[in-house]
Design a protein around this ligand. Structure first.
Ligand code: PEP
Ligand code: MG
Length: 326
């Protein structure tokens, strides 16, 4: 089976009725690039940069310097040989803590996490933005911002990106002035108020891991409630379908980079919702491609419409399983 899959490495991901799908890799460190390329990924859809900041032990300084970060981002985009690399800014807090996190809030998932942390520590954020911008002179890079929920957070973020660009210009340092900036859609409020995002940003990426956690109010790392973590809950499906179709109508590219994108049980459902870009762990990429190669959008679409109207979990589960044997 693995051998059969590996033959698909160079096969373009196209549905039976001719729609091209973009399959990208999630990575955590520059060293993951060879594995991403080996999987046939067309680029990096999510570089979780917090791993550069975590597990740094005692002797190194707490945070990676601008130069150290720049080297990691440059190395990544060079390793991907011209393929696009989406770099997500620091998503620290909640399930990913710095080694000497000051104080863990009572509800870390609802606390000073990701962009909230970065806007509260603008120097740390500017350092990362400068490092990413500098790397953008070496290959196609996009900037992705996690956990945005408020318009003012988007506006403050864009202002800080401009500030970083001004600094680099003043120092005569090269960068891509037109670098695309996108938002993770992972807070239900963001999905529901998507117009706020499509007006301000160049692209969107849906983080289903957090979107499910926050929609269903279940801690994604708490085993006691793991059985309630249901990607097929009608509320989750509503938010996914709404986000994908709203972005498509606005002409704003949208991807899914949470676990759902790499789970073949959901590939056809997401295709039916209109998703054309999937980012996942490289180990899942060829299985997802195989699922796409056997898919017929013309058949999937009417079924997906029915699934999105359904409210009974048993009916939804059954209908999603049926998609796989269409
Ligand atoms: C997500 O929330 O789905 C996501 C891709 O981000 P992370 O898993 O890093 O929170
Ligand atoms: Mg997330």
């Amino acid at each position: 089976e693995r051998k059969k899959l590996s033959k698909l490495k160079k096969t373009p991901a196209v549905t039976r009725d001719g729609t091209s799908i973009s399959l990208l890799a999630n990575i955590e460190l520059p060293d993951d690039c060879p594995v991403a390329l080996e999987s046939g990924a067309m680029g990096v859809g999510l570089f979780r940069t917090e791993f550069l900041f975590m597990g740094r032990g005692g002797h190194e300084s707490r945070l990676p310097s601008e130069d150290e970060q720049f080297e990691s981002y440059r190395k990544t985009v060079v390793a991907m040989k011209g393929r696009p690399v989406t770099i997500r800014t620091l998503d620290i807090g909640a399930d990913k803590q710095l080694d000497d996190a000051r104080e863990i809030s009572l509800n870390p998932a609802l606390g000073l996490r990701a962009i909230r942390y970065c806007l509260a520590e603008p120097q740390l954020f500017l350092t990362q933005l400068r490092a990413i911008l500098r790397a953008s002179a070496y290959g196609p890079i996009k900037l992705l911002i996690p956990m945005l929920a408020h318009a003012f957070e988007i506006d403050q973020t864009l202002a800080l990106i401009n500030q970083a660009k001004e600094q680099l210009r003043a120092e005569n340092i090269k960068f891509d002035p037109d670098i695309a900036v996108g938002a993770m859609i992972e807070v239900p409020a963001a999905a529901l108020a998507l117009q706020m995002f499509v007006k301000r940003l160049d692209f969107l990426s849906i983080g289903t891991n957090d979107l499910i956690q926050y929609t269903l109010a279940i801690d994604r790392v708490d085993h006691e409630v793991a059985h309630l973590y249901n990607p097929l809950h009608p509320a989750v499906l509503y938010l996914l379908g709404h986000s994908i179709s709203t972005a498509a109508k606005a002409g704003v590219p949208v991807s899914v980079c949470g676990e759902m994108a790499g789970d073949i049980r959901f590939t056809r459902l997401l295709l039916g919702m209109g998703l054309r870009e999937f980012s996942m762990h490289p180990a899942q990429l060829l299985s997802v491609k195989q699922e796409i190669l056997g898919s017929d959008l013309g058949k999937i679409l009417p079924h997906t419409k029915k699934i999105l109207r359904a409210v009974e979990p048993a009916i939804i589960t059954e209908a999603v399983e049926q998609l796989r044997i269409l």
